[in-house]
Design a protein. Structure first.
Length: 221
């Protein structure tokens, strides 16, 4: 990353680089791609035919065999993102840290610090999104059980719902967590995840070990 930043810094129009996602072992495990934002001066973006009319511009670089996927963002649009007036607003990502790894513009550093705070609207929007996925997974689980009579498939969907609840739990606590969310959620609310995840997982393994296939269960609790 340092070598990539050094290369970017040689471009007089490049004002800042933001790393999306940390470089900790948990997030780098088997990772072949890094994501960054490159903030550059207004009016200098070199557009390609393949960019079309899209506002967002993406480029791929390589450093030491690692692909670096970059979004090139003009300074004025980054300011709008921070203020929430851009359609790609700088909302909080609860599952990927963002870090300003290079900046030669003090204003950008100040805007970044301001935008990093977790806004109430970010939390509410993400809670609604993951609650919707939870409801969807439970509806599919009921369908698998009551129509297909397949407990194995139903339990799989229940586990998917548990993962959505885990995301909800992280967001509800206002945390940013890049590692496995289910493990952190179990720490935050052990009784809940004992019922909706660990018990379901244990029963599923028991059925698989017995070779019963999990069919014939009439209702979903």
């Amino acid at each position: 990353m340092n070598r990539f930043v050094d290369r970017v810094a040689q471009d007089r129009y490049a004002l800042a680089v933001v790393l999306v996602g940390s470089l900790c072992a948990a997030t780098l495990w088997r990772r072949e791609v890094l994501w960054v934002w490159i903030i550059e001066a207004d009016g200098v973006t070199r557009r390609l035919i393949s960019d079309g009319e899209e506002e967002r511009i993406f480029r791929i670089f390589a450093e030491d065999g690692i692909n670096i996927h970059s979004e090139v963002i003009p300074r004025s649009r980054f300011k709008r993102m921070v203020e929430g007036s851009s359609r790609t607003a700088f909302s909080c990502n609860f599952f990927a840290e963002r870090k300003l790894v290079y900046s030669k513009d003090p204003s950008i550093a100040s805007w970044f610090d301001q935008a990093q705070s977790i806004a109430t609207k970010d939390r509410e929007r993400e809670l609604v999104a993951f609650s919707t996925w939870t409801i969807h997974a439970l509806r599919i689980a009921r369908k698998r059980l009551e129509i297909k009579r397949d407990l194995g498939l139903a339990s799989q969907e229940v586990l998917c719902a548990a993962h959505s609840v885990a995301h909800t739990e992280i967001i509800r606590h206002g945390q940013v967590w890049e590692d496995d969310v289910i493990d952190r959620a179990i720490e935050l609310d052990p009784p809940l995840f004992q019922v909706i995840y660990l018990d379901v997982l244990a029963k599923r393994k028991k059925l698989e070990g017995a070779g019963e296939g999990g069919r014939g269960h009439p209702t979903l609790p």
